[in-house]
Write a protein that binds this ligand. Structure first.
Ligand SMILES: Cc1cc2nc3c(=O)[nH]c(=O)nc-3n(C[C@H](O)[C@H](O)[C@H](O)COP(=O)(O)OP(=O)(O)OC[C@H]3O[C@@H](n4cnc5c(N)ncnc54)[C@H](O)[C@@H]3O)c2cc1C
Length: 409
């Protein structure tokens, strides 16, 4: 079952890099097999809770997984060695994201957002901020998250209202954010706020917002949701939250482009997440149709079932190639935005189709919790929504296409 390894090995890595890729993926697979997958159903059932004191509690296994990821250096895969990370390619990081998502989509967010935060800090952070945050993120002593969305600004992030004012040697933040993943665990957020409200999207600035010693940062509540029960999605209030001057990412007033970079890179990850969830559902479905008998024969022997398998695997394989190619383009400093949107759009859409079909192949058993596929179906549903809805991806792709010249030569 080395499908991912095979595709990865065709993407122009040297022999040494390929060996390293396999070693890391083997480690990830081992952790997934021992620490994540066997607990995924239980974590979904326990979910996350929020008490009156504001404390958010995750399922106990989530904390053990976090510890294990930190100890195994897996939280710093994308961080350069200079900052105590492993410094691996974006393609491999996303291949790992696929594997974590296959084991449990909720848990995969802990890994995914660590990489998104680290990548942006590495690209846009001041040297002081890099030295302060990247080694801690690499060691798993700090955890990443994204503070972009507001109740009135989702797809239209340029209209956000949270205010940031210059207060001498630091900035002060007041406002609110919602739908924040990793709430209760993340403490190192990429944050987008308005430093010049009159300028609208041109008056936005990106920062690192550290919740440590920042009592004005509060998670007011967490959402009850369809899937991803093992990850707390919080509504955050920000009251006189302090951000040091050196935590600006990029330039003042240029926050929108920092966030566009983050979103493009993270979209590759959502493509990988879609593939991971789809692959999990596909594998369960294949095993099921081999063992389930109707009309005196395994349902695998019906041609309609075989064709479903062919379609499901083709979609998974194609979506995997799409996200790995986009990641490789990023590794090679090529313009990857359109291809990241394609990877996100396709990976998230096939995850709907494949998880739907996996339930169908299980019949009534697919609809009950015992067989896992209903969880995959629920978890997959977020992928066409976050990091930019699929309507937004179609806007990005169609704009890029319209800018090209396809006139006959
Ligand atoms: C579980 C979960 C986790 C999340 N995690 C985070 C997080 O960690 N950090 C964070 O900042 N955000 C997070 N989000 C927020 C997520 O990114 C937004 O929900 C998403 O970007 C969509 O914004 P919205 O919900 O406001 O929908 P809206 O923007 O209101 O969109 C509603 C519908 O209108 C469509 N639409 C909007 N504008 C257009 C247009 N111009 N053309 C065509 N159609 C359009 C959309 O595609 C969508 O179908 C999370 C959300 C969820 C549910």
């Amino acid at each position: 079952m080395k499908d991912l390894y095979q595709v990865l090995s065709t993407l122009g890595f040297t022999k040494e890099e390929s060996e390293e890729n396999e070693m890391i993926l083997d480690l990830v697979d081992e952790i997934c097999k021992k620490e994540i997958e066997p607990y995924a159903q239980e974590m979904d059932e326990i979910g996350c809770s929020h008490d009156k004191t504001g404390k958010i509690t995750y399922p106990p296994q989530a904390y053990k997984i976090l510890k294990k990821l930190g100890e195994s250096d897996l939280m710093g895969l994308a961080i350069p060695e200079k900052y105590e990370g492993v410094g691996l390619s974006f393609a491999l990081v996303n291949a790992c994201y696929e594997r974590f998502s296959r084991a449990d989509a909720s848990t995969s967010l802990l890994f995914g957002l660590q990489n998104s935060s680290s990548d942006v800090i590495e690209h846009f952070g001041t040297e002081e901020a890099k030295e302060q945050y990247l080694p801690k993120l690499a060691r798993g002593e700090k955890y990443g998250g994204l503070l972009f969305t507001e109740p009135g600004s989702g797809s239209d992030l340029g209209s956000l209202k949270t205010k940031v004012v210059d207060n001498g040697d630091h900035f002060l933040v007041n406002g609110s954010k919602n739908f924040i993943s990793n709430s209760g665990i993340a403490d190192t957020y990429l944050f987008l706020g308005s430093t010049d409200p009159e300028q609208k999207s041109k008056g936005l600035t990106a920062f690192i917002l550290d919740t440590e010693n920042n009592p004005g940062f509060k998670v007011a509540r967490i959402e009850e949701k369809l899937g991803l029960h093992g990850n707390a999605t919080g509504e955050v209030t920000l009251q006189d939250v302090v951000i040091p001057k050196e935590n600006v990412l990029g330039k003042m007033g240029k926050g929108f482009s920092v966030v566009l970079y983050e979103l493009s890179a993270a979209r590759i990850g959502i493509g990988a997440q879609g593939v991971g969830i789809a692959d999990a559902a596909y594998r369960k479905a294949v095993n099921y149709v081999k063992s389930r008998k109707q009309f005196g024969r395994p349902i695998e022997s019906f041609q309609v079932t075989q064709f479903k398998m062919a379609d499901m695997f083709t979609k998974i394989h194609t979506a995997r190639i799409a996200y790995l190619i986009a990641a490789r383009m990023k590794d090679k400093n090529q313009d990857f935005a359109e291809y990241a949107s394609i990877a996100k759009l396709y990976g998230s859409e096939i995850s709907q189709e494949v998880t739907y079909e996996a339930i169908q192949m299980h019949g009534g058993y697919g609809y009950v919790k015992e067989y896992d596929v209903e969880r995959y179906y629920r978890d997959a549903r977020i992928t066409p929504i976050y990091e930019g809805t699929n309507e937004v991806q179609r806007i990005v792709i169609s704009r890029a296409e319209m800018a090209k010249n396809y006139a006959p030569e």
